[in-house]
Structure formats: C-alpha cells, structure tokens
Design a protein around this ligand. Structure first.
Ligand SMILES: NC(=O)c1ccc[n+]([C@@H]2O[C@H](COP(=O)([O-])OP(=O)(O)OC[C@H]3O[C@@H](n4cnc5c(N)ncnc54)[C@H](OP(=O)(O)O)[C@@H]3O)[C@@H](O)[C@H]2O)c1
Length: 247
C-alpha cells in the first residue's frame, strides 16, 4: 500500500513512518521539510499521486483557540480536497481522548478537525489517544517561566508514541472504520511527576515547581477529563519503562 503521513517527522509521525516501512508499505512524508505545506496546500497535490491512504498526525504548538482551529481546519480541508482529487481511499486521523466539552485551547482545534473528517466524502477512521510519554519532554521544553521549568498538574494515562503509531498503521491496513475505540496507556500518572522524572533522567537538578495551569484547560487537566473511559484499549509500556529505555 502507498501511505502518505502528514506530519511524518513529528513525535508520533516518525514512528508511523518507521512502522509503515517495516510493514512493507511505500511511504510519502508530508511536511514542510519535504516540500509540502499542509496549511497553504503548496506541494500537496503532486505528493498524493498514487497514494491509497493518508495518516494525518500533523500538529501545531499552541494553546490559543484561534490558532489551533485555524491550523487543524486548514490542514484537514486541504488534505480532504487533495485526497478527493487524487482518489485516495482512506483518511486516518489521530485525535485526543477527552476533547468533548472543551470550549477553549488546542482541543477546540481537534474538535474542528474531527468534524471536518466526519463530514468528508473520503472514507475515514478517527483514533483518539491519550497523551504520549513523550509529552513529558515536550512540557519540560515548553512550560517555562524565564529560566524556570514548570511541571503542569494533570491527571493523564500516557502511552508510548510508538504504540500509537503501530495502531495507526494497523487501522490504515484494516480500512475505513469510523470512530474506533480510544487508546490509552496502561496506568494513570501525574504529569508533573512525569516531567520531574524526565528532567532528573536528563541530569537536570534544578527546582521544578508543580503548577496548576489557569483557566478551563488547566481545570480539565486536573479534573480527570483527559482520562480514558472504561472501554478504552490499553497499551503495554508504562512511563517508567519508556523513560528507562531513553538514551
Ligand atoms: N503529543 C501528544 O501527547 C498527543 C497525544 C494524543 C494525540 N496527539 C495528536 O497527535 C498528532 C501529532 O502530534 P505530535 O505531538 O506527534 O506532533 P509534533 O511532534 O508537533 O509534529 C508535528 C508534525 O506536523 C508537521 N507540520 C506542522 N506544520 C506543518 C505544515 N504547515 N505543513 C506540513 N507539515 C507540518 C511537522 O513537520 P514540519 O514542522 O517539518 O513541517 C511535524 O512533522 C496531533 O494531531 C496531536 O493532536 C498528540
């Protein structure tokens, strides 16, 4: 099968590309570094020539509602239109557990993405996953106040990005399935503890205060809204195992 991976150099995208190649698929990577701008659409049409399935794991780093909605709407519309023109048979999108009910921030962009995928004429699959174990290094790098690293308080049940990638490739091989069972990690964790453990593992010895993020996003992070429901499919690798496996 020929698979295009939108965001194929990202945290989960690089694993999707690797897994798909291991399974013998021909893979096209849709990122700006590979000549495709998913927001403007430049380079997209020729890149989809002969593609059977698109796996969309593109993302933007923002907490601003307008920016998230603008990014995910533009990317999803451009992919939808280019896929229809190229007779792509399947669009697989990765979303996030617990986005329902959010009225601000990044999750509103994910809601817009899901609505566009569901209304598309291109047959689709949507997988919602929880935060990746890789969310800890992401927070350590991005949650900063001047030189001070912050550890946001959040209840999460994180999963290895590698296991999410394996599931996405499996779904691509299976064919259009609509909204499938949510995917989560094996065990609930505290995000602030994850960030601190990651920092210590890298040799960082500074003080990292655990802080509640303000507003609705912060409240939902703390109240368990991001946790999977009882029917979720669970991955295997715990955060501690993942951390031990990092160089
Ligand atoms: N991180 C998590 O914990 C988590 C949990 C559950 C679900 N998700 C979802 O998983 C998906 C991937 O997240 P991630 O954290 O793996 O993303 P990421 O590491 O931030 O990677 C984003 C990817 O998107 C590409 N990209 C960004 N802007 C682009 C543009 N204008 N044109 C083409 N490519 C562009 C980037 O490549 P270039 O910059 O080189 O163009 C990169 O390959 C997202 O949909 C996210 O909502 C994430």
């Amino acid at each position: 099968m020929k698979i295009a991976v939108a965001g194929g150099t990202g945290r989960v995208g690089a694993h999707v590309v690797e897994t798909a190649r291991e399974h013998g698929h021909e893979v096209v990577v849709l990122t700006r570094g590979n000549g495709v701008d998913l927001v403007s659409g430049v380079g997209l049409a020729p890149a989809l020539d002969g593609v059977d399935t698109v796996i969309d794991v593109a993302s933007v780093t923002t907490l601003r509602t307008e920016d998230a909605v603008a990014f995910f709407s533009a990317v999803t519309r451009n992919l939808r239109d280019a896929e229809a023109s190229a007779a792509v048979g399947h669009h697989v999108a990765l979303s996030i557990v617990g986005i329902d009910g959010a009225t601000e921030g990044y999750y509103v962009g994910k809601q817009a993405q899901e609505r566009l995928v569901e209304a598309s004429a291109v047959p689709w699959t949507i997988l919602r996953a929880t935060q990746f174990h890789e969310f800890a290094p992401q927070m350590f790098a991005n949650a900063k106040l001047g030189p001070l690293h912050l550890a946001p308080k959040m209840r999460t049940q994180p999963i290895a990005a590698r296991e999410v990638a394996d599931r996405l490739v499996e779904l691509a091989e299976f064919g259009p399935s609509g909204r499938v069972t949510d995917l989560a990690g094996p065990k609930e964790e505290s995000l602030s503890d994850m960030v601190k453990a990651y920092a210590r593992a890298t040799g960082y010895r500074g003080w990292i205060p655990a802080i509640p993020l303000p507003g609705e996003t912060g409240r939902r992070q703390r109240d368990g809204s991001a946790l999977p429901g009882p029917g979720a499919q669970l991955g295997h690798e715990t955060f501690a195992e993942w951390l031990a496996g990092q160089a």
